[in-house]
Design a protein around this ligand. Structure first.
Ligand code: SAM
Length: 339
């Protein structure tokens, strides 16, 4: 099975290393993408693996080259019509035009996309009305028409894709920090978010973006940080601030913690034992952790997380790690406790 995998700029080498761990043969690559071949008969890989650094995965992509908007549009129309032959589409069908993070490519993509819709509308207007430019976030492949511009004149097309986890969130002008966006995106990745009256413990909470996000959902928050919380957050009736070392914080026995948030500026080697301690004692039901990967080998961190004896996986009914849209030199770890 051939796969076209996209990633953030400069993360191609890490994605390549991740793919090699899953017996994936690397065929070619460019800025923000890798084309690989997955050996599904390999003992280690029987399905498309969960990859931390892959954003979108196009399954069995077809490569096309053309040197003008009209020619690209024509080729894409041919491919789309061929794929629709003999099918009767009743439900909305994703038609996504994506592109590498290369300057000036977006204009090209918009022109081709709009020309393509016009052409399809003239030939099959009922079907064109069913085309949507979004897909539900899923770790499973979805069917549709997926177009990825790797370059001005080079495009990959697929009829099935995994439109990963990355999703740009909207900033809330009242949120005290941009970190707010990271936790909002993480809820989607986990497919779950705090509910009214749930108890959150926010380690490394200041100035309060993550706490604010939980408060918006009417949760109660214990915010642990030596630094100052934003004033409106600190005085909110649902917030208790503890000015202490979050790495050493243990919740009281009677405290029923639904959510552990952790966004501490420390190396993952220091954060992971803290999360493991929380999980080992069953102190929280769900967790969202942001890990700073600037000064470590992230693949080694992922290996540690997934180690059945010394990692976190043994305590979790669900555990996912991914570089999300709002992560910079960071990755996000989300999960649910076994109990
Ligand atoms: C990236 S900021 C957190 C941003 C926060 N999540 C938000 O949404 O506004 C990291 C925080 O970790 C805190 N921190 C670092 N080491 C800590 C420790 N050992 N104990 C408590 N807080 C710590 C820093 O004071 C800083 O406020």
């Amino acid at each position: 099975m051939d796969l076209l995998l996209t990633c953030k700029p400069n993360y191609e080498p890490l994605l390549a290393r991740e793919l090699l761990l899953h017996d994936c043969l690397l065929k070619t690559h460019g800025s923000c993408w890798i084309l690989g071949r997955l050996n599904l008969k390999s003992k280690r890989t029987q399905q498309i693996p969960q990859l931390c650094f892959a954003q979108t995965i196009l399954i069995n992509p077809i490569k096309i080259n053309a040197y003008s908007v009209n020619k690209l549009t024509g080729k894409l129309t041919e491919l789309f019509l061929a794929s629709m032959k003999g099918k009767y589409i009743k439900h909305p069908l994703p038609a996504l035009f994506l592109h590498a993070d290369v300057q000036s490519l977006s204009h090209r993509v918009k022109s081709v996309e709009s020309n393509w819709h016009n052409k399809i509308s003239k030939i099959m207007s009922r079907l064109e009305k069913l085309l949507i430019n979004s897909v539900p976030l899923s770790l499973e492949p979805v069917e549709g028409f997926f177009v990825y511009f790797s370059d001005f004149n080079q495009v990959f097309v697929a009829y099935s894709a995994i439109i990963g986890s990355c999703q740009r969130m909207h900033m809330d002008k009242n949120a005290p920090s941009r970190s707010y966006l990271k936790v909002e995106e993480a809820y989607n990745f986990l497919n779950c978010q705090p509910q009214a009256n749930e108890q959150v413990v926010d380690l490394g909470a200041a100035p309060g973006g993550w706490t604010y996000s939980a408060l918006k959902r009417k949760a109660k928050v214990i915010a642990v940080d030596n630094a100052r919380l934003d004033k409106t957050i600190a005085t909110h009736p649902n917030v208790t601030q503890l000015k202490q070392d979050a790495l050493k914080f243990n919740p009281e026995k009677k405290l029923n913690v639904d959510w552990l948030f952790c966004d501490i500026t420390e190396k993952p080697e220091i954060i992971l034992p803290v999360i493991r301690r929380w999980l080992k004692h069953g102190w929280c039901r769900k967790f969202i952790v942001n890990l700073k990967i600037g000064r470590c080998d992230p693949l080694e961190i992922i290996r540690k997380i997934n180690d059945p004896d010394t990692g976190l996986i043994g305590y979790c009914s669900l555990l996912k790690v991914r570089q999300l849209y709002h992560d910079r030199q960071e990755i996000t770890l989300v999960g649910k406790h076994l109990w």
